[in-house]
Ligand binder design. Sequence first.
Ligand code: GDP
Ligand code: CA
Length: 318
Amino acid sequence: MLAGGIGGARFLRGLKSVLGSGEGTDGSDPEITVIGNTGDDITLFGLKICPDLDTVMYTLGGGINEEQGWGRAEETFSVRSELAAYGMQPQWFGLGDRDVATHIVRTQMLSAGYPLSAVTEALCDRWRPGVRLIPMTDERVETHVVVCDDEGRRAIHFQEWWVRHRAALPAEAILPVGVEKATPAPGVLEAIEAADFVLFPPSNPVVSVGTILAVPGIRDAVAAKTVVGVSPIIGDAPVRGMADACLSAIGVETSARAVAEHYGAELLDGWLVDDADAGTRVEGIDVRSRPLYMSDPAATEAIARAAVDLALELKERA
Ligand code: GDP
Ligand code: CA
């Protein structure tokens, strides 16, 4: 599975309860490998922060702030207020005290020379997410957004656009800086090749799934498999977050059909849309409708089951 943050992590919970129950083709529990987006990564106060990897790790490991969907449960913010008291910038990023410990461990291991994939594995030793979590690349890729306002046209870090400006500054372009020179992290291409099928959770199609697919080699490897995606768009709106602002920036309409067309039939074999979008047709892609709100564990599990069933059906047909 390719995954961003909240949408990916929540879907994975459902997928774990579907696949963790011994439905492997040989009767064993199938293994889930998650290729995580690192385009949202940012270095603040000398700390390397990987928001999407951490959201997956905390959610599956039982450490997430459930209401918020990101960050640690029962978090406090003393470090942030002490930094602010020194006038340190930026002050718009919600850096929690518990979360800081994760970033310190990560930064220290990276400074000691370990690649991000090894660091992620080490962090997962504590959280035991029950899936294999691999960053899309060990190299630095950072999504930047080209905006234009009174201060002129400039590229700002994705997090500044998303968190500070709530994606309200119109974006002219969204660029995963460094991606063309990046290589997939060890194990990424092997996991895709060995996979029975690949799933796209309802993650942001531009800055989560899109960024992972932009790492040279990943898109082609994925396209060779049976691929089923779950629409992050219901009706004409993202369920949570501001994915519509990302889609407008790349000239794609905010609809389940437009997102499937954007991925394209060479990539996607099956596409789940919400019942509100029943009747959606996309040339070359098998579209099915069903409720897609991940409102509780049972609803989420049912969505994951539908995605797995469709993938198995399409794989059989291929
Ligand atoms: P982020 O990195 O934390 O922004 O998370 P992702 O990229 O993994 O997922 C964000 C996307 O999840 C948003 O575009 C939402 O539209 C989508 N999403 C969130 N909750 C739901 C849900 O309950 N159902 C569906 N279909 N999509 C959802
Ligand atoms: Ca993200």
